[in-house]
Design a protein around this ligand. Structure first.
Ligand code: PFF
Length: 459
């Protein structure tokens, strides 16, 4: 299995692996999406369900993905072909390919918004404005086809540039420095947010559960977001797992990445919700939440301009380290399974994804604002929302289901143990627990939440 290890590009150090995997996990999902869906689905009760999904499903699926990728030393589709030749399991990799495509299409749009906000912060566009006017700025941005698509193209070009550079000198190098910096900035924002007058209501919203707000859709969204936030269910962590050295401890890595991702999401919530209540922003404001609330906070801080510039720049960078991991799924497949060079594979996939992405980018403008597509369980949605809901609520949970079944039932137990224990050199007292989660708990839980959420069964 290790014989082609030599030619494969890979991560060069333990810190590099954590930074790259955490760089993939930590992104717009934590800072943009987690707060706004928490706002829509009612706060603390939603967060509790999310945390249960992370612990019982997310963590074992992440370890499963690492195990598959490092064992097979291949991309998401190739890994299944190698470990289960002649079976339809490779279709799981293909589904991940489709998910990567749909996620990056709308992800690039939001990342583009963050770039626009870097400029807004530098030029002082929101300085001194009332909360309502700050909301208006966001509305003006997303309804402008030129601004939205223009920034999206800039972002996609940078993403493609980094991926072309390869694993060690592209992805790893940037993630290592910038992720820790992001954490520091968010913690500073937390301190300012919780000391705002009227912050208490926001803190309660985050930590005092009201279970009456929960419904089947909320539980499905919490599960889907656990996958989205941890970059699971579409082969990203299979691909990254294939770059992890044979001496690294996979269980420990999965745990560290999961904890880092969860802490950043909670810290982002804590920076945003006190401000939501202090400035009278609607908690269920949707995708604009972070862009509407935080400028109000910056306006209330000494040196607010600097904080704004730093925050939005780091958010753009967090988006970048995630976007490259999504593009890498497609590029690794094309460059390993077809005759395309890495260079060409990156170009082809970035152009194709950006093409669909522009349709997502125009979703809130007059150009495509009226065009909606139905999605079972979610009504009829504009392209942006449709791609988001399709990937998070359908493709990723189903991908996660097959991945955990694969490790739990298809792979030989001896091989799984050899991989996670580095051929017996690492203690894995938790292996029995892991296998129960991967074999039984995660698949059943995903199946129930999924079937219930899309309305096929009614609990
Ligand atoms: N985990 C990223 C975030 O939270 O922003 C998004 C993402 C990256 C999803 C990679 C899926 C993926 F494969």
């Amino acid at each position: 299995m290790d014989n082609n290890n030599v030619q494969r590009d890979g991560f060069s150090s333990k810190l590099g692996i954590i930074a790259a995997a955490a760089g993939s996990a930590i992104g717009l999902g934590n800072i943009w999406k987690f707060p706004y869906i928490t706002g829509i689905y009612g706060g603390a009760a939603f967060i509790l369900v999310y945390l249960v999904c992370i612990a019982l499903i997310g963590l074992p699926v992440m370890l499963s993905e690492f195990t598959i990728g490092r064992r097979a030393q291949a991309n998401a589709v190739g890994s299944f072909k190698k470990l289960a030749p002649g079976t339809p399991w490779f279709l799981t990799g293909w589904m991940g390919f489709v998910a990567a495509f749909s996620i990056l299409s709308f992800y690039g749009v939001v990342a583009g918004w963050t770039l626009d906000y870097v400029v807004k912060a530098i030029t002082g566009a929101y300085v001194g404005l009332e909360p309502d006017a700050i909301g208006g700025l966001f509305g003006a941005l997303i309804s402008s086809p030129v601004a939205t698509v223009g920034w999206q193209l800039v972002f996609m070009a940078v993403t493609a540039g980094v991926v072309m550079g390869g694993v060690k000198d592209g992805i790893e190098k940037y993630s290592k420095i910038l992720m820790p910096l992001l954490l520091v900035i968010i913690l500073i924002l937390d301190i300012r947010a919780v000391t705002l007058p009227g912050a208490g209501e926001g803190v309660n919203f985050l930590f005092k559960p009201d279970f009456s707000a929960l419904n089947a859709e909320a539980v499905l969204v919490a599960l889907g977001h656990a996958f989205f936030s941890l970059s699971l269910g579409m082969g990203t962590m299979i691909t990254y797992g294939s770059y992890i050295g044979k001496k690294e401890n996979l269980g420990e890595t999965a745990l560290q990445v999961t904890i880092a991702d969860t802490l950043i999401a909670l810290a982002a919530g804590l920076a945003i919700f006190p401000a939501v209540f202090a400035f009278g922003v609607e908690p269920a404001a949707g995708p604009g939440l972070v862009f509407i609330t935080l400028p109000n906070v910056f306006n209330q801080m000494a040196g607010g301009m600097i904080w704004g510039i730093l925050f939005f720049s780091l958010l753009a960078i967090a988006a970048l380290t995630s976007a490259i991991s999504i593009l890498e799924v497609v590029v690794a497949y094309l460059s390993e399974e077809t005759s395309m060079s890495r260079h060409k594979a990156t170009l082809v996939s970035a152009v194709a994804i950006t093409f669909v992405g522009v349709l997502a980018g125009l979703s809130y403008t007059s150009v495509l604002g009226g065009v909606t597509i139905p999605l079972p369980g979610f009504g009829s949605l504009v392209v942006f929302d449709w791609l988001d809901a399709l990937s998070a609520n359908y493709l990723l949970p189903l991908g996660g289901l097959f991945i955990s079944l694969f490790v739990g039932w298809k792979m030989v137990r001896k091989d799984v143990e050899a991989e996670v224990s580095n051929d017996g050199t690492v203690k894995i007292g938790w292996i029995g627990m892991f296998l129960i989660l991967a074999k039984v708990v995660a698949p059943i839980a995903i199946a129930i939440v999924f079937l219930n959420g899309v309305g096929i069964i009614k609990l």
